[in-house]
Ligand binder design. Sequence first.
Ligand code: CDP
Length: 223
Amino acid sequence: MKKLVIAIDGPAASGKSTTSKLVAERLGYLYIDTGAMYRAITWKVIRNKIDLEETDIIGELAERTSVRLEKANDEIKVFLDGEDVSKEIRTQEVTGAVSAVSAIEKVRTVMVREQRKIGECGGVVVDGRDIGTVVFPNADVKIFMIADVEERARRRQKELERAGATVDLSKLVEEIVTRDKKDSGRNISPLRKADDAIALDTTDLTIDEQVDFIVKKVFERLG
Ligand code: CDP
């Protein structure tokens, strides 16, 4: 059977990664979490105490950095220069800085090159902000996931609680709105729905329903 490229884009905390991971499992495809790649570079920037305004230095740093995604049991592990940083990249500190780092042209060039390399043979579910518009504009199935901001904040709060962190709901709403604004407003590869992407509002859907919806679209595409 032909191995497709499935692109899943959408704003912050819209359920892309949970859904994409399950869609990939159902299809026997590889899941590529591009947000995790930008988060890993951001963690390196923070750890090296580089000012976010130093865009040239950050761009060069990205060029000299290895980011690898690896499936271990049921989880996707993220390796930064060989070190497992899967936990660190989910902290609020990284979340607060990632939009600035991912708006840097050089960082995007490096990341997009890597993402295309991983997905070039198909059989991938790729989630992010610019997958259907820039990384894989010829993707076979494109989904643009959206959900009410309050619902997204509630989901993110639960996720953080599971990781042992307590964060105020209103703070999460604010963080999500700010990040969406930065991601949609940047000059290079802004977050936007590709014209040929299918919009999927997940506000009132269960995860299973979201997964079923996408898998059905994939089978329709495969004929
Ligand atoms: O999971 P969540 O919605 O919080 O975000 P993520 O997918 O982990 O992405 C984190 C950040 O990386 C986004 O807010 C974007 O600034 C950036 N990103 C991007 O610019 N392009 C992508 N393809 C993926 C993520």
